[in-house]
Write a protein that binds this ligand. Structure first.
Ligand SMILES: Cc1cc2nc3c(=O)[nH]c(=O)nc-3n(C[C@H](O)[C@H](O)[C@H](O)COP(=O)(O)OP(=O)(O)OC[C@H]3O[C@@H](n4cnc5c(N)ncnc54)[C@H](O)[C@@H]3O)c2cc1C
Ligand SMILES: NC(=O)c1ccc[n+]([C@@H]2O[C@H](COP(=O)([O-])OP(=O)(O)OC[C@H]3O[C@@H](n4cnc5c(N)ncnc54)[C@H](O)[C@@H]3O)[C@@H](O)[C@H]2O)c1
Ligand SMILES: C[S@@+](CC[C@H](N)C(=O)[O-])C[C@H]1O[C@@H](n2cnc3c(N)ncnc32)[C@H](O)[C@@H]1O
Length: 627
C-alpha cells in the first residue's frame, strides 16, 4: 500500500502514526542483527519502515536486498530511499523495476550527497541534478506505481545556509518554493530533516502551507543517543540547537547513560509538543537502535510493550500478492520467514478455508538462506555453541538444551526464528519444561483458549470486541520407544488427534486422509469466523523435511564431521519421530496430562513402519497438483 493512503487512514481514525528509519549495516553480522531488530520493531505496528541509500549508490545492491526482505520477510510496509546523483538512468530504472518486482510501492526520492571522500556530486548525462528530476522521472515512467516522498528542510538545506540574514531569508524561501515544485511534480508526502527547535518546524509547516503545499509534512525526529553523534549530526546538517539543550548536554556529556536518558526525555517532550499541535505522525531516525525510539513511543502511549497490535496471530506480508492470505499451517509458526520463502512462488494463497494451495507446491529446501540463521556467520555459530553446548556426549545433553530453552534460560533453538518464546507460552511453560525433561523435545505449542477477549494481551488478536479460541497443540521430537508408548495413550483419548513421522517418511496418524484441522479461530462483530491457523497433514509432511534438516544443518553442523557431538545429533535426526498433537476438546481437554503420563503406562508393541496396533494408519502422501 502507498504510505500516503495508510497515513490518511490513520488521520481519519484520529490515531497518530509512527515510522522507523534504518540504514544498511556495514557487516554481514550487522545485517543479520538488523533483521532481528526490525522484526521486533515491526511488532509495534509502525505505518512503514524505510531504508537509506548509500551516498552515490554506494549501497545500492544491499539497500535493494534489505528493502525486499523488509517488505516480504519482516512483513512491514517498506519505503526505499533512492538518490539520483552519480546514478546513470539505467541504474535508476533497474532499482525502480526491482522495487516494483518486490511489491514495494514507496520511494523517498532524493538528490543525494556526494559519495564519501568527494567534494561534489556528478550530474550524469541526461540530467538528474536534483530530487525534482527524480520525482518527474518516476512519475513519467512509472505513473502511479509508487507513492513518492521527498525531503523537506525546516532550516533550509545545509548547502544554502549562510550567515547573512537577508540572503538566508531568500535562500530559505527558495527552498520552500523548490519543495512546492517537488510536490507539484508528483510527490505526495514530505519527511523533514531532523531538528531540535520545534518552533522552526511549526514555522516551516506554516510557510509551506502559505505557498500552497498541502501534502503531509512529517517531522523527522532523531533521539539523542550519544553526545559525539549528536554533535557530528547537528554539525554537518547545520541544525540549530536551542541554548537550553546545548547547556543541558554540556553538563552531562561524559555520562553516556545520562545522555541517553536525556535524549529519551527530550524526544518525548518534543514529540508530545508536535502531537499536541496536531501533527498526524512521527518519523524516527533510529540509527538502527531500538531502545530510545521505543521508549519515546511508549512514553507517548503510542506503543505498549505488553500489548502489541496483532491483526492475525501471524504477521501478514504487506505485498499485493499475499493480501488474500488468511490461513497458514501451524508448523512454520516459529519460522515465518522460512514459510514466506517456501511459498514465495505461490500465485494464490489460502483464504477463508484452507484451499488448494498445498504441497508439493512448496518451494524446495534448497534455499538455505534462512535455514542458516543460527549457524551462518561465525559470530552466530559461537552464540549457538554457547547455548547448545561446545560438545555433546549423549541425548541427555540435547534434552538439557530443550529444557533450558523452554524455561527461558537460553533464547535460541534451530526451530525458531524468534528470539524468545511468545507471551501465550507463559500459560503452559511449566508443562512444556516437564515434557522436555521427559524426553519429548518440543518445538511448537499453543495453550487451549476458550473464548478470550480479542484484546487479551497474551492470546488476543483481530478486531476489537471479539473472542478468540485455540485448541491445545504441541509438536515435538521423541524416540521411537517413547512414541510407541505415547501412541497407546493418545489412542485412549478420543478428543486427541495426532500425526507422527520420521525422517525416512514412516508415519502414523489417527487423522482421516486430507483432514485439515482449524486450531485457532476468532469471532468478531459483523464478520465471518476467521480461522487463521490450521494443522494440515500434507503440509506437515513437507514441514518434516525442514524440521529434520534443521537438526543437522543448524545444530550438527556446529561440530566437526565424525565427532561424537555430531553423531548424537545425527542419530536423533535419523531415528526419532516428529509428532504433532492436537487436543480438539478446547473446553475440558487436558493434553499435557496425557502427554506427561509415565511412559510405562501402556505400550503395545508397534510394528516397524510406525503404524501401531491401535488403528492408526500412515499419513496419506501429498496430493500431486496438476502442473
Ligand atoms: C529524510 C531524509 C532522508 C535522506 N536520506 C538519504 C539517503 O538515503 N541517502 C543519501 O545519500 N542522502 C539522504 N539524505 C540527504 C540528502 O540526499 C541530502 O541532503 C542532499 O544533499 C539533498 O537531497 P534532497 O533530495 O533533499 O535534494 P534536493 O531536493 O534536490 O535539494 C537540494 C538543494 O538544492 C536546491 N535545489 C535543487 N534543485 C533546485 C532547483 N531546480 N531550483 C531551486 N533550488 C534547487 C534545493 O533548494 C536544496 O537547497 C536524506 C535527507 C533527508 C532529509
Ligand atoms: N535526514 C537526512 O538528512 C539523512 C538521512 C539518512 C541518510 N542521509 C545521508 O544519506 C547518505 C547515506 O546514509 P546511510 O544511511 O547509508 O549511512 P550513514 O552512515 O551516513 O548514516 C547513518 C544514519 O545516520 C543518519 N543520518 C546520516 N546523515 C544524516 C543527515 N544528514 N541527517 C539526518 N540523519 C542522518 C540516518 O539515520 C542514516 O541512516 C549519507 O550521506 C547521509 O548523510 C541523510
Ligand atoms: C506462533 S505460536 C502457535 C500458533 C498461534 N497460537 C496461532 O494461533 O497461530 C508458536 C508458539 O510456539 C511456542 N514455541 C516456540 N518454541 C517452542 C518450543 N521449543 N517448545 C514449545 N513451544 C515453543 C512459541 O512461544 C509460540 O507461542
Amino acid at each position: 500500500m502507498k504510505i500516503i493512503d495508510k497515513m490518511n487512514a490513520s488521520i481519519k481514525e484520529g490515531k497518530p502514526f509512527f515510522s522507523f528509519e534504518f540504514f544498511p549495516p556495514r557487516t554481514e553480522e550487522g545485517v543479520e542483527n538488523l533483521f532481528d531488530r526490525q522484526d521486533r520493531m515491526a511488532s509495534y505496528g509502525p505505518t512503514f519502515c524505510d531504508i537509506t541509500w548509500g551516498a552515490g549508490g554506494s549501497t545500492a545492491d544491499l539497500t535493494l536486498d534489505i528493502a525486499a526482505k523488509m517488505q516480504n520477510m519482516v512483513c512491514v510496509e517498506t519505503m526505499m530511499h533512492l538518490t539520483c546523483t552519480n546514478m546513470p538512468e539505467e541504474k535508476l530504472r533497474d532499482a525502480l523495476d526491482k522495487l516494483k518486482g518486490y511489491g514495494i510501492q514507496n520511494v523517498l526520492a532524493l538528490r543525494g550527497d556526494p559519495p564519501k571522500g568527494q567534494e561534489s556530486f556528478t550530474v550524469v548525462e541526461g540530467g538528474f541534478a536534483c530530487a525534482l528530476d527524480l520525482v518527474k522521472y518516476i512519475r513519467a515512467h512509472y505513473g502511479d506505481t509508487f507513492g513518492i516522498c521527498v525531503a523537506g528542510y525546516p532550516e533550509a538545506h545545509p548547502d544554502v545556509i549562510v550567515d547573512d540574514p537577508e540572503r538566508m531569508k531568500e535562500n530559505y524561501w527558495k527552498d520552500v518554493h523548490y519543495l512546492k515544485e517537488k510536490i507539484d511534480a508528483g510527490a505526495d508526502l514530505v519527511i523533514t530533516q531532523l531538528f531540535y527547535d520545534v518552533e522552526r518546524y511549526f514555522q516551516f509547516v506554516k510557510d509551506c502551507r502559505s505557498v500552497g503545499i498541502t501534502a503531509p509534512i512529517i517531522p523527522g525526529v532523531m533521539p539523542i543517543m550519544t553526545y559525539g553523534g549528536f554533535k557530528r549530526m547537528t554539525g554537518f546538517c547545520k541544525t540549530s540547537v536551542p541554548p537550553r539543550i546545548a547547556a543541558d548536554l554540556e553538563a552531562i556529556k561524559d555520562n553516556e547513560e545520562a545522555v541517553k536518558a536525556y535524549g529519551i526525555e527530550l524526544g518525548t517532550k518534543t514529540c508530545r509538543a508536535l502531537l499536541d499541535a496536531g501533527v498526524p505522525g512521527l518519523h524516527l531516525y533510529t540509527l538502527n537502535l531500538e531502545a530510545s525510539a521505543l521508549a519515546i513511543l511508549e512514553n507517548l502511549g503510542l506503543v505498549n510493550k505488553a500489548q502489541r497490535p496483532r491483526p492475525l496471530p501471524w504477521r501478514k506480508a504487506p505485498s499485493h500478492k499475499r493480501l488474500a492470505e488468511e490461513v497458514r499451517p501451524i508448523h512454520w509458526s516459529n519460522r515465518p520467514k522460512a514459510y514466506l520463502t517456501r511459498t514465495a512462488d505461490w500465485d494464490s494463497f489460502p483464504a477463508g478455508r484452507w484451499g488448494n494451495a498445498r504441497s508439493p507446491a512448496y518451494g524446495t529446501l534448497s534455499d538455505y538462506q534462512f535455514m542458516r540463521r543460527h549457524s551462518g556467520s561465525e559470530k552466530r555459530r559461537e552464540k549457538a555453541r554457547a547455548a547448545w553446548g561446545a560438545s555433546l556426549n549423549s541425548v541427555a545433553d540435547v534434552v538439557n538444551v530443550f529444557v533450558k530453552y523452554t524455561s527461558g534460560e537460553i533464547n535460541v533453538l534451530p526451530w525458531s526464528e524468534m528470539d524468545s518464546l511468545q507471551h501465550e507460552t507463559g500459560k503452559i511453560q511449566e508443562r512444556l519444561v516437564a515434557l522436555n525433561r521427559s524426553d519429548l523435545l518440543t518445538i511448537n505449542s499453543q495453550p487451549a483458549v476458550n473464548g478470550a477477549p480479542s484484546s487479551d494481551p497474551h492470546v488476543g488478536w483481530g478486531a476489537g470486541n471479539g473472542y478468540v479460541y485455540q485448541k491445545a497443540y504441541v509438536e515435538f521430537f521423541c524416540s521411537p520407544a517413547s512414541f510407541r508408548a505415547l501412541e497407546a495413550r493418545l489412542a485412549c483419548v478420543p478428543s486427541i488427534t495426532y500425526m507422527a513421522v520420521n525422517a525416512a517418511g514412516q508415519s502414523a496418524t489417527n487423522v482421516p486422509a486430507g483432514a485439515v484441522n482449524a486450531v485457532t479461530w476468532g469471532v468478531f462483530p459483523a464478520r465471518e469466523v476467521i480461522q487463521p491457523t490450521v494443522v494440515d497433514p500434507q503440509s506437515f509432511l513437507v514441514w518434516k523435511d525442514e524440521a529434520f534438516a534443521l537438526w543437522t544443518e543448524e545444530w550438527g553442523s556446529l561440530y566437526a564431521p565424525g565427532s561424537r557431538s555430531r553423531a548424537v545429533i545425527e542419530d536423533i535426526a535419523g531415528s526419532w519421530y516428529l509428532v504433532s498433537v492436537v487436543d480438539n476438546d478446547y473446553v475440558r481437554g487436558d493434553l499435557f496430562s496425557v502427554l506427561e503420563a509415565p511412559a510405562a503406562a501402556a505400550a503395545p508393541s508397534a510394528n516397524g513402519n510406525g503404524a501401531s496396533a491401535n488403528g492408526s494408519h500412515a499419513i496419506a502422501e501429498p496430493e500431486r497438483l496438476a502442473a
